[in-house]
Design a protein around this ligand. Structure first.
Ligand SMILES: *Cc1c(COP(=O)(O)O)cnc(C)c1O
Length: 225
């Protein structure tokens, strides 16, 4: 089991490095976030022992349970990548280093308020529904500036960038990644929005080619869910 996770992590890191070099980028500029949702804390521990530090979780309750169970792992960094309900914000900002999924001004204000109350700051990304899918979370491109500005107006939040999840059909992923990069340029470029969180197990190469600085990889590391 340990070897399987270690080996798969190695393969994923190789894929990232190859994709980065193929587009003239430094592999060190692409952060691997190992998405451990639905997988037991013991697998997170194995990945940590294999050198992985950043982990992504989608569900508040699951994140809190794993964070408590793995509290002894110094340097482990939690990324919240699921839809965040306002009533969970207080607990999530306590453990998450980065929240990838801020998609409204009210949610930005809630997270900002809760982070301030906890005396901490929280790094956030704005989730964009680039593919304009009605069933999907994320702010529509035309409403992005307002959400970005809402994050910037919260003293306890640190605006880090943009995040997207492409349509599940897979066909349009490359266009969606390119579109997110363009939206970043329109909103002020990397000086305002240094991170682009995009790319999953099946499409990390095209995300890295389009400029991803964070890829969120689950099944390629931990196996199918
Ligand atoms: C589950 C999930 C991932 C990881 O997906 P894989 O296809 O397993 O790599 C990445 N991002 C988000 C938002 C997810 O929900």
């Amino acid at each position: 089991m340990t070897d399987a996770i270690r080996d798969r992590l190695h393969l994923v890191r190789q894929r990232i490095a190859r994709a980065a070099r193929a587009s003239g980028r430094d592999p060190a500029d692409v952060k691997l976030i190992a998405v451990s949702k639905t997988k037991p804390a013991s697998m997170v521990r194995e990945a940590f022992e294999a050198g992985q530090r950043a982990f992504g979780e989608n569900y508040a309750q699951e994140l809190l349970e794993k964070a408590a169970e793995l509290g002894d792992l110094v340097g482990l960094e939690w990324h919240f990548i699921g839809h965040l309900q306002s009533n969970k914000a207080r607990q999530v900002v306590k453990v998450a280093h980065v929240v990838h999924t801020v998609d409204s001004a009210p949610l930005a204000r809630e997270i900002g308020k809760r982070a301030a109350q906890g005396g901490a700051s929280c790094a956030v990304l704005v989730e964009v529904n680039v593919g304009r899918e009605p069933q999907k979370f994320g702010v529509l491109p035309e409403d992005m500036e307002a959400v970005v500005a809402a994050v910037e107006s919260q003293p306890a939040l640190v605006l880090r960038g943009l995040m997207t999840v492409p349509p599940a059909d897979g066909d349009s992923a490359a266009q969606v990644f390119a579109a997110l990069a363009t939206l970043r340029t329109v909103l002020g470029g990397p000086s305002r929005l240094p991170e682009l969180s995009m790319g999953m197990s099946g499409d990390l190469e095209s995300a890295v080619a389009a400029g991803a600085t964070m890829v969120r990889i689950g099944s390629a590391i931990f196996g199918e869910r």
